[in-house]
Design a protein around this ligand. Structure first.
Ligand code: NDP
Ligand code: 2IT
Length: 451
């Protein structure tokens, strides 16, 4: 993957990052993309190089790697690997999700933690960046196995986190069930009832609208981007990859805004339903039954199921919302979208489009919303959950939703403004990276070089 630098300071930092992390392709991809966008900023502000801000920002403050042993339902001992990377705390306690998926490794956790720094800054709330997880696969495990795993995971993690230190949340494979078990174990071990995790259940400190927040926020951001171009969701066919937390609520909001969601997927394949997919059916399949997306045909026999998830980008649509995982939308997928008349792509997942796919969208002048900006609604609402926990009160669904909507509108306008200011109008990739970076860089300079 080629990133080009005209600035010698950035070139040097990137070469060093490549040398030190040569076995971490996802991390190098995330760093390359951000540093490429920062060239005009570094040129204008020599202090950034003088204070070593970029050298420092690409190195996590702290990376934890630990063993998680637990006993399965057959009485066998199982061992997994746990991670927590506290990447940057310049503007607030480390904050970011936990991912439980067999593919989890240090490269993936570092790419996610790095992106989280800029995303959290864009929300305007005081949150630093972090991420964690484990190579544990919740699929096919009983509730008791998941509980024992979560308890073992938290037995180690609890000594490293806290409401003013590092506040984990959900991500792939970590939802309401897992957060509940993790919270219960933290409380038991620390004898503290605090807002140490977000995405909690509503009966024990969770925020209304956190479940919906990432999907809703994605559509609020996309709507603002479409509006600025004189377009909208109204009457558009929408393709959404994934069928998890982000995808389900993106479906609900895109439909409310007048779109018709014609395709969704899981890691095995995708469904096509020209009449529009009802998000409630998907909730039942994925959240209640924890079943495969192919079972949609039992609810809607007229729909079509196709094996293999990558083919979803060949389904014609005006708007595409990749909401599954990193690098799920490659050049071939991007070309298929362009060929079929897609005019807007907004990322719900983290880094779902490969750099080649992003270049293709930019070349064909599609409206493109990068993940750090467009999926920031989840963590923004986590920030609102932290505020409610600190104040010991809860806002209504409408209050939280309205704040989320305002935050997403602001992120769009701040990213668009930064892109314009640095001579790249319409380039929200650069705009989001620059706007997110500025505040963190400033805080790092003010706080001096101590770590
Ligand atoms: P879920 O676990 O709820 O759902 C994940 C979905 O993505 C499932 O449909 C899953 O299919 C699919 N998927 C996962 N891994 C792969 C893979 N390797 N190949 C193909 N499909 C895959 O996770 P979320 O909805 O929470 O997360 C989805 C994305 O959104 C991730 O990139 C996450 O980092 C990002 N995100 C999440 C936020 C949140 O608040 N939850 C906030 C911001 C970003 P299957 O069931 O077959 O595994
Ligand atoms: O990628 C993300 O922003 C998340 N998984 C949500 C993190 C959070 O702390 O709510």
């Amino acid at each position: 993957m080629a990133f080009t630098f005209t600035n010698s300071y950035l070139q040097g930092v990137y070469e060093n990052v490549c040398k030190k992390n040569s076995h971490e392709p996802e991390y190098l991809q995330a760093v390359g993309e951000v540093l490429e966008s920062l060239q005009p900023v570094v040129e204008q502000r020599p202090k950034l190089a003088k204070c070593g801000v970029i050298d420092r920002i690409v190195e996590p403050e702290r990376s934890l790697l630990f063993r998680i042993s637990w006993v399965d339902d057959q009485g066998q001992v199982q061992v997994n690997r746990g991670y927590r990377v506290q990447f940057n705390t310049a503007i607030g306690p480390s904050k970011g999700g936990l991912r439980f998926h067999p593919s989890v490794n240090l490269s993936i956790i570092k790419f996610l933690g790095f992106e989280q720094i800029f995303k959290n800054s864009l929300t305007g709330l005081p949150m630093g960046g972090g991420k964690g997880g484990a190579d544990f696969d919740p699929k096919g495990k009983s509730d008791n196995e998941v509980m024992r795993f979560c308890q073992s995971f938290m037995t180690e993690l609890q000594r490293h986190i806290g409401p003013d230190t590092d506040v984990p949340a959900g991500d792939i494979g970590v939802g309401a069930r897992e957060i509940g078990y993790l919270f219960g174990q933290y409380k038991r071990l620390r004898n503290e009832f605090t807002g140490v995790l977000t995405g909690k259940g509503l009966t024990y400190g969770g925020s209304l609208a956190r479940t919906e927040a990432t999907g809703y926020g994605l559509c609020y951001f996309a709507d603002e981007m479409l509006k600025a171009a004189g377009k909208s969701f109204q009457g558009q066919d929408v393709v959404i990859s994934g069928s998890g937390n982000v995808a389900i609520y993106a479906n609900q909001k895109a439909t409310q805004l007048g779109g018709r969601v014609v395709a969704m997927s899981d890691s095995n394949g995708y469904i096509y339903d020209p009449n529009g997919i009802d998000y409630k059916v998907m909730q039942e399949i994925k959240e209640v039954k924890r079943a495969r997306i192919s079972t949609y045909l039992e609810y809607v026999p007229g729909a079509k199921y196709v094996e293999g998830c990558r083919g979803i980008w060949t389904v014609p649509c005006g708007i595409a919302l990749p909401c599954a995982t990193q690098n799920e939308l490659d050049l071939e997928g991007a070309q298929a979208l362009v060929k079929n008349g897609c005019f807007a792509v907004a990322e719900g997942a983290n880094m779902p489009s490969t750099p080649e796919a992003v270049a293709c969208f930019q070349e064909h002048k599609l409206l493109f919303a990068p993940a750090k900006a467009s999926n920031a609604g989840g963590v923004a609402t986590s920030g609102l959950e932290m505020s409610q926990n600190s104040m010991r009160l809860s806002w209504t669904f409408e209050e939280v939703d309205e704040k989320l909507h305002g935050i997403m509108r602001n992120i769009y306008h701040n990213a668009a403004k930064a892109a314009e200011e640095y001579g790249m109008p319409g380039n929200l990739v650069a705009g989001a990276n620059i706007a997110g970076f500025m505040k963190v860089a400033d805080a790092m300079i003010w706080q001096g070089v101590s770590y």
